[in-house]
Design a protein around this ligand. Structure first.
Ligand code: DAH
Length: 340
């Protein structure tokens, strides 16, 4: 049997050293050490040889095994090093990277700014944390006035300042009105104030943080006709020429007269449907600037008049696109955002 072992060892060595790829080497390994491999078969014969010869044969088998395995290892290392480097096919078409785009709200802001800048409105920006004076009092809403309840305001814990009062997270962009009057000192004023606003509210059509855009136009001889013309122009540009706009009488402390601005429903185009009921959907507020507000901004109400309007951007987007829940705008779900 020792001859057979030697023969097997020599045979295995030549076989292993002639393998030119790793896959062949694996095949040879199985042929030798597999379940019915040549070496395995030899070890099976061990049980049928005389007891006295067993230790010697056993030792020979062990040595042969060690030697064959060593040869395997050497060849394996050699072939691994020899493996060709990874091949890069530079002519293969590349992977297309996904290209993002501006968020729906940023797109709407850009569009709104572009429309109003054609009418000479300039984009301004005012504090998000502002004094009670600018957010309420200068807008004809004295302290403890019940009208303030509609603004569901977040108050900042800080010491109140004489005349300006305490600080709030701006619940609307109307805080920019008197600030703009103070800045320019003298009409004409054509301001567009776009900012984040905050209120204690959350449901399908409200989020605690949202955006508004506020227009303010003050000059001599400004009338409701100017307000209507401006808003007609905006609705036609933003929603398309098929949508109509109307002013509906309303009440705000800082405008007299005041209106709510409606636009014909995008679903039924104004004939009335389940979504809008009347054919109209409400966009936001507007009106002729109250004389008291002009006075608060040091502008002579006997010489100048003006109009103002303020709408939620999320609401305006919902009316244009038909999305039923404005909270979707803040969930960052790519499947939603991709559609716009
Ligand atoms: N600030 C009001 C709000 O948040 C909206 C508004 C109404 C703004 C009438 C105006 C206006 O400028 O004239 O509900």
């Amino acid at each position: 049997m020792d001859k057979e072992i030697k023969k097997l060892a020599t045979h295995a060595r030549t076989g292993i050293n002639s393998a030119s790829v790793l896959a062949d080497l694996e095949k040879i390994y199985l042929e030798i050490f597999g379940k019915s491999g040549t070496f395995t078969n030899l070890t099976k014969q061990l049980s049928s040889i005389p007891k006295s010869k067993k230790p010697k044969i056993g030792q020979l088998l062990n040595e042969a095994k060690k030697e064959i395995e060593k040869t395997f290892e050497q060849r394996h290392n050699f072939l691994k090093k020899k493996r060709p480097k990874e091949f890069i096919d530079i002519t293969a078409p590349g992977k297309k990277l996904k290209l993002g785009h501006l968020h729906l709200i940023s797109q709407a802001i850009d569009e709104i700014v572009a429309i109003f800048s054609k009418l000479g409105f300039s984009l301004e920006s005012y504090p998000e944390v502002d004094w009670d004076w600018y957010a309420f009092e200068s807008l004809n809403m004295p302290k403890n006035h019940p009208a303030r309840d509609d603004w569901e305001t977040f108050f900042i814990k800080s010491a109140p300042k004489p005349h300006f009062g305490s600080q709030v997270l701006t619940p609307h962009t109307s805080n920019g009105q008197v600030r703009e009057m103070e800045k320019l000192k003298k009409p004409p004023i054509r301001m567009l104030n776009i900012a984040r606003c905050y209120r204690r509210q959350i449901d399908v059509s409200h989020t605690p943080m949202f955006h508004q855009f506020e227009g303010l136009f003050i000059d001599e001889y400004i009338t409701i006709a100017n307000l209507k013309g401006t808003l007609n122009y905006f609705t036609a540009k933003f929603f398309g020429p098929k949508r109509q706009m109307r002013l509906r009488p309303h009440y705000f402390r800082f405008t007299e007269p005041s209106f709510e601005v409606d636009v014909t429903c995008g679903v039924c185009q104004g004939s009335g449907c389940r979504f809008c009921k009347s054919g109209w959907v409400e966009l936001g507020g507007a009106g002729m600037v109250h004389p008291k507000v002009l006075e608060a901004g040091n502008i002579n109400p006997h010489k100048y008049t003006g109009f103002a309007f303020g709408w939620g951007i999320e609401r305006t987007i919902a009316i244009k696109t038909g999305i039923g829940d404005i909270r979707l705008l803040y969930q960052n779900d790519i499947r939603f955002l991709e559609q716009f």
